[in-house]
Design a protein around this ligand. Structure first.
Ligand code: S3P
Length: 188
């Protein structure tokens, strides 16, 4: 569907949030509704590096991963407008944050510790969480990152309501922003 509330935006839509917030699942559905291409930054990094995120961390270290992450996101932001799900740490990079503010609409999927803990228990392959006290690590990341994520253009609370509902909330918030003529709707 592509009615006046769900038209593609002129700017990329960048999903931010902690691991387990649902950025990729919501992003995929959002892109479909808006008829925009979808990219997952971690998958693009894996394609560029030829190995998994976990292997990049293990073999080259986190800072090498962050360098590739910055480059990949920069490339995607300069391409045709898309929906982009970023890894949880990407928005902590001040240069990436600035580029997102300049070129995109940022949407923070905000979730509680309990929700993140439950969802991140479903799969391995997240080097910051594997082999740690997951709850403690997530709690620390919430303390470090949530004050920075606050800079996002749109904040959506997400809990146990399901992906379709979260996606609908994002679509509504984007339409509101567009109607209000905020930065979310500004042309590139
Ligand atoms: C990270 C989040 C991961 C991935 C990497 C680091 C982070 O992505 O980029 O393991 O620093 O929070 P998801 O948020 O998609 O799990």
């Amino acid at each position: 569907m592509n009615d006046d509330t769900h038209t593609p935006l002129e700017r990329p839509i960048v999903l931010i949030g902690l691991m387990g917030a649902g950025k990729s699942s919501v992003g995929r559905r959002l892109a479909k509704s808006l008829e925009m291409p979808f990219f997952d930054a971690d998958q693009e990094i894996e394609a560029a590096a030829g190995c998994s995120v976990a292997e990049i961390f293990e073999v080259y270290g986190e800072s090498a991963f962050r360098d590739v992450e910055e480059k990949v996101i920069n490339r995607l932001l300069n391409d045709e407008p898309c929906v982009l799900a970023t890894g949880g740490g990407a928005y902590m990079n001040p240069d990436t944050r600035q580029r997102i503010a300049d070129k995109a609409v940022s949407v923070w999927l905000r979730a509680s510790l309990d929700v993140l803990f439950e969802r991140t228990g479903r799969r391995k392959g997240r080097p910051l969480l594997d082999n740690t006290d997951r709850r403690e690590t997530l709690s620390r990341l919430i303390d470090e990152r949530y004050p920075v994520y606050e800079a996002a253009d749109v904040v959506i609370e997400t809990g146990s309501e399901g992906i379709e509902v979260t996606t609908a909330r994002v679509l509504d918030a984007l339409s509101d922003a567009k109607r209000a003529g905020t930065r979310a709707a500004a042309p590139c």
